[in-house]
Design a protein. Structure first.
Length: 206
């Protein structure tokens, strides 16, 4: 029997990384019904301990592909959390959702989240799917990944722009010509675009 107190005590021990918290989420997901897991995730997310909210976020991510309530909770509630570790986990949870549904099937949701008013929601996509071209569908459709990311090159949030620039840089390791072609069309007189450009162009200087 998994108790809330035992879970809190366990995940509080994690000071760096997410491995054991993710393992705890796996164990819960395998041993509880989906209804029980959702109820537990909501209880956990009410905690003032960030590790406990991280655990809850992993659980919502595991449920999201088949639970509209869990998916909505990620977008509307988890995205408002002030702790950066919870936001890192939101990105992982979004990738879990896309993986479970299939990346191609998730394109409408990916597109929708990329235009959300909340920068944490936008970044959950740009960061969560890294490295984009290691994901099914995007592996064979590199230009689609580049197009989706590049639409946020001038994002008002530096947090998002850094994620976009780094994601494009990742892609450039194997697809230099495609990234170089994309960057050639950018207006680098815009300081926001220039910041993203510098990150995306890092491996193209030679």
């Amino acid at each position: 029997m998994i108790t809330l107190q035992a879970l809190v005590q366990r995940v509080q021990k994690t000071q760096h990384g997410f491995t054991d918290i993710q393992k705890a989420a796996d164990e819960i997901f395998e041993s509880q019904s989906r209804t029980e897991t959702l109820h537990l995730a909501k209880e956990l997310f009410a905690s003032d301990i960030h590790q406990v909210r991280v655990l809850a976020t992993f659980l919502f991510g595991k449920l999201a592909a088949k639970s509209k309530e869990s998916f909505t909770f990620l977008r509307k509630r988890v995205s408002l959390d002030k702790d950066w570790r919870v936001q890192e986990t939101l990105a992982k949870a979004f990738d879990q959702y896309c993986s479970d549904r299939g990346y191609e099937s998730s394109l409408p949701v990916i597109t929708d989240w990329l235009v959300d008013a909340n920068p944490n929601v936008r970044r959950a996509v740009t960061e969560g799917l890294r490295i984009w071209t290691t994901r099914d569908y995007f592996r064979e459709n590199v230009e689609v990944a580049i197009k989706l990311l590049s639409q946020l090159k001038a994002d008002e949030s530096e947090y998002v722009r850094k994620s976009v620039g780094n994601a494009l840089r990742d892609i450039s390791r194997k697809h230099k010509d495609l990234i170089r072609k994309e960057l050639q069309g950018w207006d680098v007189s815009d300081r926001h675009i220039m910041q993203t450009y510098k990150l995306a162009n890092k491996f193209l200087k030679d």
